[in-house]
Design a protein around this ligand. Sequence first.
Ligand SMILES: [Zn+2]
Ligand SMILES: [Zn+2]
Length: 274
Amino acid sequence: MVVKLLGTRGSVPVSNLQTRKYGGNTTCLYIKANSGETIIVDAGTGIRELGPSLLRDRVNTMHLIFTHYHWDHMQGLPFFAPIFQSDSIINIYGPKKEVTVKRALSYQMTKPYFPTVSWSDVPSKIVYKTINNKLKIGSIKIRTIVNNHPNYTLGLKFIENNKSIAFLTDNELFTKDGPTPYKKFITFVKNADLLIHDAQYSDQVYEFKLGWGHSTPSQVMKLVEDAGIREVLLTHHDPYHSDKFIDNTVKELSKKFLDVNIKAAADGKTITFK
Ligand SMILES: [Zn+2]
Ligand SMILES: [Zn+2]
């Protein structure tokens, strides 16, 4: 499978000279299965850039999975070109614990928040699908876990040919108030070939954000150690964190964890698994 990070910023998109390296688009992940299927996780502002390339490659069937419906994970969808193509078939999966995916997307594209086209009027064919703890799309097996985050949120693991990638964004690893104890995350990500995990807050800021549903780089590294992970990408970067700040975080951690490849997720980065 091929994985492309299209949005790695948390909370709100940013654009300034200090964030050019890691980028400012909010969460979106593109996965191409070896069997050819197109999977997209979340529709933060990063999804907009994917639209023209899918049209160019004549990809008209795709699978879009929502982890949850906070703005930074869905606000790019009204600007995603395939939804306006009548020959597009978009299979949509998302939690329905508090609200159905259909309703969550409809709320976003209503007046006065969005002009002209409502979600129910988009010309593409939208097919609502169910996601529970297991799912298979082409050659990719998908497993889910419930993250510790305000409003019901899914963590995901993608498995193909004995390679696995865990994608846990918007997740507070150590909290007593959440639905999932830390130990379950260790089991879920155990020996994954790549972990992509939310590391929005610094240790100092975290003290003031208990229960907000995000983790720190040092908490992510605890999980990395406990689960035998060798490759990690820190993501959901805080909008106030500059490239320099993120570089420094990675540098300091790399000095401590010599046998782990630690990097920060960056918009546009592609990873190929054979
Ligand atoms: Zn988020
Ligand atoms: Zn969130």
